[in-house]
Every structure is written in C-alpha cells, then in structure tokens.
Ligand binder design. Sequence first.
Ligand SMILES: Cc1ncc(C[n+]2csc(CCOP(=O)(O)OP(=O)(O)O)c2C)c(N)n1
Length: 272
Amino acid sequence: MQGVILENINTPDDLRRLPVSDLSELARELRKYIVDTLATHPGHLASSLGTVELAIALHYVFNTPDDKVVWDVGHQAYAHKILTGRRDLFPTIRTYGGISGFPRMDESPYDAFGTGHSSTSISAALGMAMASKLQGNTSRQHIAVIGDGSMTGGEAFEALNNAGVSKANVLVVLNDNGISIDKAVGGLSRYLVNITSSPQYNDLKEQVWKKTGGESRNPRGKSFVSRMLSGLKSSLLSSSNLFESLGFRYFGPVDGHDVEQLVQILSRLRRL
Ligand SMILES: Cc1ncc(C[n+]2csc(CCOP(=O)(O)OP(=O)(O)O)c2C)c(N)n1
C-alpha cells in the first residue's frame, strides 16, 4: 500500500508542488512503504529509514536532477529512489532484472553518481562542482550526503582537504546517526558527539540571526553579524574547528527527522 500523497508523486516536480505541511505525512507514507516492501524483499532497512525526511527535503528544495545529490555508499537511498520515478519498481529492488539497491547512473538521471563503496561522495560532488565552475554554471548545486561511518574513510578526508579551499559550490550533509556497520568508533566519532552536545552556540546563533534582522538585513549588517558569530564560535565551540578550519562553514546540528526544519535550513543554505 502506498499512501494517498505518495501514490501521486511520480517525480520530484510533483513533490515540489506539495505544501510544506504535507511533507511529514509523506514521510510517514514513505517509511511505511519501505517497511512493507522490505518485509518480503530484504534490503538495507535502517539506513534508508534514517534518510526519509532528508531525501524529501533535498528534492523539495533543490532542483534535481540538474542539481546533483550524491549519496555516499548509496545503501540509504531507497526514499530517494521512490521519489524519483521508481516508486512502482521499488518491490523489484535487488532482484534479477530489477532496480539496483544502490544509485546507478544508467538507471536514472537523478542518480548523480554510481555508489557502493563508501567515502567517495565528497570527491565526486567536488569534481562535479569544479566541472560546473569551469563551464561557467554558477546556479547548479552539488550535494554530498555522507554518514558518520563513511566520513572516517581516507578518501572523505582527502576530499574535505581539497573542497574547503577550492571555492567550488559544494554542500556536505553529514548524516550522523552514531552507527556504522556497528557502533561508530574512533576519534571522529567522539568529536561528533561533542559537536551535537554543544547546543549553546547553535541556540545563540539562531537568536542573534533573528534578533538582528535575519535574511532581510543589509550587506554591511550581514558582514558584521557574520564576524560576530565567527568570534562567538571560536570561543564557544572549539570542537567545530575541524570542519571550519578546513575551510567549510559548519551549520548544525540539525534534527534530521524534522522535515519542515530541514526544508527551512536547506533553503537558507542554497542561497549562500
Ligand atoms: C570502501 C568501503 N569499505 C567498506 C564498506 C562497507 N560499508 C558499507 S556501509 C558502511 C558504513 C556505513 O556507515 P555510515 O556511513 O555511518 O552510514 P549509515 O549506514 O549509518 O547510514 C561500510 C563500512 C563499503 N561500502 N565501502
């Protein structure tokens, strides 16, 4: 059974016509469809359930397939597949002649990169962003969605090292659920716990942003508020310096299951 909203979504264009208020119900329907289908066609259940709201929000906010979304590993992309024209084919997933369990470029124009190996998404998105830049395309967005487990892979660090100084238009969504194949281990995992348990900076940032006029303030005011926030960040959240010091602007943590908040934040990031 596909719910009443889901059964009318054939492409992300249909999704973008929905009011934001319908998106949580769509997430519920999608999650149920994934659970029901995987009950008889086993596949990657947990990782895909974790990204239902994220997949909705990304396709809602970004202009896919022209904007490129690269799912690291690709085992979490079931909601993405269902929303991008493969809803009725979904029960054939991982069967002979059926759709792949991973993104495949020859399966759909919405699968921006063929994945399966972990930790490749940021380099792929960076390559696409550099290509867009060389072509003079300044509007295309390039998004890598990477789990905390995959973020520990060497290639992910290599890509961060290059992306942060490249001035290319790349958004990295770090999908931290504290789990890899097993419980996440190591220094990065401990570091991410520190970030997510430091809400003071994020609360303060939100308050400063709103009280000083948010999006509507003039450019001089914007630059002043940015400098003030950077100062506050280094004193309050020294633990965020890993990404910031590699040249990224870090926003978060964000509740990945609050679809309306995700839409709001991604829309803001899209304009940056
Ligand atoms: C190079 C490589 N090594 C190992 C794997 C096996 N593998 C599949 S998923 C995964 C970890 C996924 O963890 P995470 O990125 O946090 O995503 P989550 O499953 O939590 O959504 C690994 C190591 C792989 N796909 N590629």
